[in-house]
Design a protein around this ligand. Structure first.
Ligand code: ARG
Length: 313
């Protein structure tokens, strides 16, 4: 009996450490959205043919402001890094940039901003073809991740058939005919991924680092001001987690029939992201595509608590 008690206390310490680790890793689970249906019924049309988006559904989306004016979108990779598009930052001084996060309404008073410590544009960015249209922004201080500020996941999966349910978000213009209307409320629109061959037939200047998304019917697309924002999808096998597959880059007009929007293909840049973030002293690691996820699920944590309860009883 005594020996069992000794063993029991011996087991408790590693178990408590395991629980502590599980809880701290839960804090940075990427690609999770919070269930909040309060603003779902709103039907105002916008992005191009989209609807207002609630930040709790797209908690990785950030706005990048230049001199206080909306410049581009971006996405949270972790507490230090924001991913965006290179073409947003031509002739831009990083000290004039401010990142707005955890908000879906740009008209909110007393918004909190983050300043940018380092701006890394891709060295091979081609401003004519818009090839390698990707940039990383290192924040001056880390974000406090919370319900409205959650990193997006990335994945090395590049086969289009692995993805479903793709959405793009942004504060870009909602109408290109006549007056350009810039919304204050974040907009979302659902789009389909296009096969590369088909898209390069429609848009012959497409490079292999680009990916197209749009809809059969005209009118649904990202547009000016949405650049840098994330195109996110679910994996067919896991609809609970969101992954960034593209970065809004360019298009011919917006929402025109047979002219899909063009996005930077994020899966081509995972090594670049890992190398650049490590070089800057704040290494970013993503969860590799494996059968066993790095982070324990809530059920596993509950199970650990149950075992702990049995051991202390
Ligand atoms: N280049 C634009 C920007 O800077 C994005 C255009 C996206 N266009 C499109 N049709 N999807 O905001």
């Amino acid at each position: 009996m005594k020996r069992w008690k000794g063993r029991r206390t011996g087991l408790l310490l590693p178990l408590a450490l395991l629980l502590f680790w599980a809880h701290s890793s839960l804090a940075w689970i990427c690609g999770q959205e919070m269930q909040d249906r309060s603003q779902q019924q709103n039907n105002v049309s916008a992005i191009m043919g989209g609807k207002p988006a609630n930040i709790s559904k797209f908690p990785w989306h950030v706005g990048i402001m230049n001199h206080g004016y909306h410049l581009c979108g971006g996405s949270i990779l972790n507490e230090w890094w924001v991913l965006s598009a290179s073409h947003c930052f031509e002739q831009i001084n990083k000290s004039n940039l401010e990142i707005i996060y955890g908000r879906d309404d740009l008209s909110t008073k007393n918004m909190t901003y983050q300043k940018v410590d380092k701006l890394i544009v891709h060295p091979k960015f081609d401003d004519w073809l818009l090839d390698n249209d990707i940039a990383l922004l290192l924040l001056k201080s880390p974000l406090n991740l919370s319900i409205n500020k959650i990193p997006i996941c990335v994945s090395e999966l590049s086969d289009l058939r692995s993805w479903k349910n793709c959405w793009v978000t942004g504060w870009g213009v909602t109408n290109v005919s006549g007056i350009k209307i810039q919304p204050e409320k974040l907009q979302k629109v659902q789009v389909d991924l296009y096969r590369w061959d088909w898209c390069s037939y429609l848009l012959p200047v497409l490079t292999k680092n680009m990916l197209c998304a749009g809809t059969q019917d005209a009118g649904k697309d990202a547009c000016q001001g949405d650049s840098g924002g994330a195109l996110v999808c679910n994996k067919k096998r896991n609809i609970a987690t969101w992954y960034q597959v593209g970065i809004v880059s360019w298009g011919i007009g917006c929402g025109k029939k047979n002219l899909p929007g063009v996005y930077t293909k994020v899966s081509h840049y995972l090594n670049w992201i890992i190398n650049q973030t490590a070089k800057a002293g704040k290494p970013y690691m993503y969860e590799q595509n494996s059968a066993c996820p790095l982070v324990l699920s809530c059920w596993a944590i509950l199970f650990l608590y149950f075992v702990m309860f049995l051991l202390t009883w």
